[in-house]
Design a protein around this ligand. Structure first.
Ligand code: PBG
Length: 325
């Protein structure tokens, strides 16, 4: 008598056979590389909790952008670090603000690269919150006005995509209207609509010098325990005109990525955030894990979960490893 079972190992028996049946692939076109542009001259300051990631002044951006371009990465996500901060984050929407100048530099010298501008106030406000603060509360509608100004000034400078990460209600509607009225009808919005209030942003706040000076972001970013809330957020952003949806952080939220992929009819972006990067780097530096294999497994997992695009500090490494393969 013969046993009744299925021979799944048939399709795993050789590298070539495995390649034939592989369902998910990571491609260099999937990658978006975040860059922190600092106001000042000759700055290349490594972020202590993010080895290999730097604050760069515009005069040092060339080295970075040459590398990005030669590796075949198609898109960068830009953050600005101004010298002066104030209550309203006015440097965020200054015509010659640091991010606007950075955008101009990249647009002029690397016209093929898709420039995504992170639209938020927290790197520019003295209190580190993502909007205007009154009596300890972040005001929603008043903050929207400044965010619209920021988005329009970024589009004017040459940003190809606006990525608002502030989590005020109605930010997609407000920014869409502002961009359209300023003539930027063709500038897409990549919404950070599904953004959780996460401890995984810790190292970023060192990188962008944007730690809130009081309180936390729980009254505007989402509760990590909630799934339906993400579906509600995404639904309104889709109605308001978002062109892409970002889920953030990445790895601990792959279930949410799958929900988005199953629900929305737009490209899904995952943000593999700073804390995820730092954890892998620290373990790798200790020789506890195989960095390349761990990172590539993370990338493929994010794609398998439903991400079309991956924002990651590992983008240059991944592009290099893909080339070597
Ligand atoms: C701005 C913003 C943050 C991140 C991206 N845009 C920080 C925050 O909300 O505190 C985090 C990115 C990362 O951790 O890599 N609001």
């Amino acid at each position: 008598m013969s046993l009744q079972f299925k021979r799944h190992r048939r399709l795993r028996q050789s590298a070539s056979m495995r390649a034939l049946v592989r369902e998910t692939h990571v491609h260099v076109d999937d990658l978006i590389y975040p860059i922190f542009i600092a106001e000042g001259e000759n700055i290349k300051r490594e972020i202590s909790s993010m080895p290999g990631i730097y604050n760069l002044s515009i005069d040092r951006l060339k080295e970075e952008m040459d590398e990005v371009q030669s590796l075949g990465i198609k898109s960068v996500l830009l953050f600005g670090i101004p010298l002066e901060k104030d209550e309203c984050g006015t440097q965020a929407f200054h015509d010659h603000g640091i991010v606007q100048e950075g955008i101009r530099f990249i647009k002029k010298n690397y016209p093929e690269i898709v420039i995504i501008a992170d639209t938020c106030l927290c790197e520019y406000t003295s209190h580190g919150h993502c909007g205007i603060v009154e009596e300890g509360r972040v005001l929603n509608d008043e903050s929207l006005e400044l965010l619209v100004k920021t988005a329009v000034s970024q589009a004017e400078a040459g940003a190809d995509i606006i990525a608002p990460s502030n989590m005020m209600d109605g930010f997609v509607a407000a920014i869409r209207k502002g961009l359209d009225e300023a003539g930027y009808i063709d500038t897409p919005i990549m919404s950070y609509g599904v953004k959780y209030s996460s401890a995984f942003y810790g190292p970023f706040r060192e990188a962008a010098d944007s730690t809130p000076q009081f309180g936390d972001r729980k009254a505007y970013q989402m509760d990590p325990a909630n799934r339906l809330e993400a579906l509600r957020e995404a639904e309104s952003d889709a109605e308001e005109g978002a062109d892409f949806m970002i889920v953030k952080p990445g790895m601990p939220y792959l279930d949410i990525v799958r929900d988005m992929k199953n629900t929305l009819k737009m490209p899904i972006v995952i943000y593999n955030v700073s804390g995820e990067y730092s954890m892998v780097k620290a373990a790798a530096q200790n020789g506890w894990i195989d960095e390349e294999r761990i990172v590539m497994e993370m990338m493929v997992s994010m794609k398998r979960a439903g991400a079309d695009l991956i924002m990651t500090y590992f983008a240059k490494d991944v592009a290099r490893w893909l080339k070597e393969q």
